[in-house]
Design a protein around this ligand. Structure first.
Ligand SMILES: O=P(O)(O)OC[C@H]1O[C@H](OP(=O)(O)O)[C@H](O)[C@@H]1O
Ligand SMILES: O=c1cc[nH]c(=O)[nH]1
Length: 505
C-alpha cells in the first residue's frame, strides 16, 4: 500500500509509525504489529501505533528515528506492508510459560531490545518473565554476554582498571561521587558508568548530572579516564551495553529490578569498560532490594560466580541499608551533600564510612594496598579526592558549580516536626523514596528530602525531623499529604501507625 509520510518531530526511542485506523484495518494490522516501510529501495521494520483521528487516511506518521533512517520528508511517498512479529516474542512467551531460554534466544531478544524491535508491552513481558519465572545461571551468563556483545567496549592499553557498582535500593546512596575521585586520585583507573534511578529517587547518573554532563561516548569515557583517572557517565547515553537502559526504562515505573536483569545489567557495564577488579555494593535491610545479610551473601555469591564466568575479579560488600545513606535524598541535595563532604572532609558518618570502605575494598582486591580503608581515608582527608572530583567535573563538562552551596535546591519547602520527645526508632526507606519522588525527584533535580534526625538520635517535641524540597507548589502539597498519612520517620514508642488515623510522627 502506498501512503505519504507525515514526519512527527518526536523521538520514539524505537522504529515506530502511526497509522490511521482504516488504513491499518485495510492492510490487516493492529496496535503493536509490525510493518515494513520502504522508500527508494531502503526499508525498515516498524512497530504500528493506531492514531485514531490524528492521522488522516493515506498518511503515515513517522517518528524521528525512521525519518532519519530513510531520509524522509513530509509528503514523501512510501510503500508499506505487514510483516510478522520477531521470533523474540515467541521466546518471551516461552519463558512466561516457565521454560528456559537458549543462548541464541537470549542473544536474539537482547539484539531486538537494542534495535528497538520490541513493543513496550513485549519488553515489559520480557522483564516480567524474569521477575516471575526467573533464570538459571547459564541464562544469566548468556544474557550478560549478549548485553556486552551488542554494544561497544573499551580497552585500556595501560593502567590498572577497577570499577564499583551498587545494586541500589537504599535511598541517598551518593557514595560513587566520593569513591570515584578517591580511586582516581590514587592512580588507578575507574571508568564508571551508572544508571539513572530504578527504584530510588536519584540514581548516580541523576546525581552527577547536577554537577557535570554525563552524556558521553565510549571514546570520551576512555579519554577522560586516561586524563583524570576516572569518570561518572550515564550508561544510557553511551553505546556500552545499550540494552541496559532500555530495560531499566520499563523497570522504573514498576519499581522492580528482577534478579537476572540486575546481575546482567551491573556486570555487563563492568565487563564492557575493561575493568579487571570490581567491587559490588549490596545494601541490605528493610525496604531495600535485599532484606537480610543472609540474602545479601547469596547474591554476593552470584556476583562472584558471574564475574568468574566473565573473567572479572569480583568482591562484594554487604552494606547497611536499614536507613538512608547520609542525610539527603534527591539529585541536587545528594550532589550537595557529596560535594560538601569532600570540601569539608567531614560529614555524615554513614556516607564517609561506606565510601571509604568500598574504595578500600577496591584498593585491596586490586593489590594496590593491604590497608585499603586507611589509604582511602588518607586520600579523602588530604583534600586530593575533592580536587579530583572538581577535575573530573571540568573534564566531563561542568554545569558551572564551583562549590556545594552554589547548587540550586527546590525553593518550595516544608518541615515536618516531631510531635513527641524521644528518639528516632525507625526510618522507612520506601516511604522516604516515595516522598522524594512525589516531590518531583529525580526529574526535578531540586526536589528531595533532608533528614534531620536518623535512627537513635534524640529529638525534642517540635524539632525538625525531615524537610521536603520541591520545585513546584503542587508537588510539594502532594508530598506533604503523603507524609502526613505515611510518616517516614518513627519517633520512640512501639506504635508505628494508627488506623484509620495515621498520625504518628
Ligand atoms: O537505587 P536504584 O535506583 O534502584 O539503583 C540504581 C542505582 O544503583 C547504581 O548505583 P552506582 O552506579 O553503583 O552508584 C546504579 O548505577 C544506579 O545509580
Ligand atoms: O545498574 C544497575 C543497578 C541496579 N540494578 C540494575 O538493574 N542496574
Amino acid at each position: 500500500m502506498k501512503v505519504r509520510a507525515a514526519v512527527l518531530p518526536i523521538n520514539a526511542g524505537k522504529f515506530a509509525v502511526a497509522l490511521n485506523q482504516d488504513d491499518a484495518a485495510e492492510i490487516g494490522v493492529s496496535e503493536g504489529d509490525r510493518i515494513r516501510v520502504i522508500k527508494s529501495g531502503k526499508s525498515v521494520s516498524a512497530i504500528v501505533q493506531i492514531a485514531f483521528g490524528l492521522i488522516s487516511r493515506g498518511k503515515i506518521g513517522v517518528y524521528e528515528e525512521i525519518a532519519a533512517e530513510l531520509n524522509l520528508k513530509d509528503g514523501d511517498e512510501v510503500d508499506i506492508y505487514p510483516i510478522s512479529r520477531p521470533s523474540s516474542v515467541e521466546f518471551i512467551r516461552k519463558k512466561l510459560s516457565g521454560k528456559k531460554y537458549s543462548r541464541e534466544e537470549l542473544y536474539s531478544i537482547i539484539s531486538d531490545v537494542v534495535d528497538g524491535n520490541l513493543a513496550e508491552v513485549e519488553l515489559t513481558a520480557f522483564v516480567l518473565g524474569s521477575y516471575l519465572v526467573g533464570m538459571d545461571f547459564d541464562e544469566i551468563e548468556w544474557m550478560t554476554k549478549a548485553m556486552i556483545d551488542t554494544g561497544e567496549a573499551i580497552e585500556f592499553e595501560k593502567g590498572v582498571v577497577v570499577d564499583k557498582h551498587s545494586i541500589g535500593g537504599v535511598p541517598g546512596n551518593k557514595v560513587s561521587l566520593l569513591i570515584v575521585p578517591i580511586i582516581a586520585a590514587s592512580g588507578l583507573l575507574i571508568p564508571k558508568t551508572a544508571s539513572r534511578a530504578i527504584t530510588s529517587a536519584s540514581g548516580t547518573a541523576d546525581t552527577m548530572e547536577v554537577l557535570a554532563d554525563v552524556n558521553m561516548s565510549v571514546e570520551e569515557i576512555k579519554e577522560i579516564t586516561l586524563k583524570t583517572g576516572g569518570v561518572i557517565a550515564w550508561g544510557g547515553a553511551t553505546n556500552i551495553a545499550p540494552a541496559d537502559d532500555k530495560i531499566i526504562r520499563v523497570e522504573y515505573p514498576l519499581s522492580i529490578d528482577p534478579r537476572p536483569q540486575l546481575l546482567a545489567s551491573v556486570m555487563a557495564k563492568k565487563g564492557a569498560v575493561g575493568a579487571r577488579h570490581v567491587a559490588i555494593d549490596i545494601p541490605a535491610g528493610n525496604g531495600t532490594k535485599i532484606s537480610s545479610v543472609e540474602e545479601g551473601r547469596k547474591l554476593a555469591g552470584e556476583f562472584v560466580e558471574l564475574g568468574r564466568r566473565l573473567g572479572l575479579n569480583v568482591s562484594c560488600a554487604i552494606t547497611n541499608g536499614s536507613q538512608p545513606v547520609g542525610r539527603t535524598v534527591g539529585p541536587a541535595l545528594e550532589a550537595w551533600e557529596a560535594l560538601k563532604t569532600l570540601e569539608e572532609r567531614k560529614g555524615s558518618s554513614s556516607l564517609i564510612e561506606k565510601s571509604l570502605g568500598i574504595a578500600g575494598l577496591l584498593f585491596e582486591i586490586s593489590g594496590f594496598a593491604q590497608d585499603g580503608y586507611d589509604r582511602a581515608k588518607m586520600i579523602f582527608e588530604s583534600g586530593k579526592a575533592h580536587q579530583k572530583l572538581l577535575e573530573i567535573i571540568q573534564a566531563q563538562g561542568s554545569k558551572g558549580i564551583l562549590k556545594s552551596d552554589d547548587i540550586p535546591i527546590g525553593e518550595e519547602k516544608y518541615v515536618i516536626e516531631s510531635k513527641f520527645e524521644g528518639a528516632v526508632v525507625d526510618i522507612l526507606n520506601q516511604r522516604v523514596v516515595r516522598l522524594a519522588r512525589l516531590a518531583g525527584a529525580p526529574k526535578d533535580k531540586g526536589a528531595g528530602v533532608y533528614i534531620h534526625r536518623k535512627r537513635g538520635e534524640v529529638v525534642k517535641k517540635g524539632d525538625p525531623l525531615i524537610t521536603i524540597y520541591a520545585e513546584t507548589a503542587w508537588k510539594l502539597e502532594k508530598a506533604i499529604e503523603y507524609a502526613m498519612e505515611n510518616p517516614p520517620i518513627v519517633v520512640s514508642g512501639m506504635i508505628l501507625e494508627k488506623y484509620p488515623s495515621f498520625k504518628v510522627v
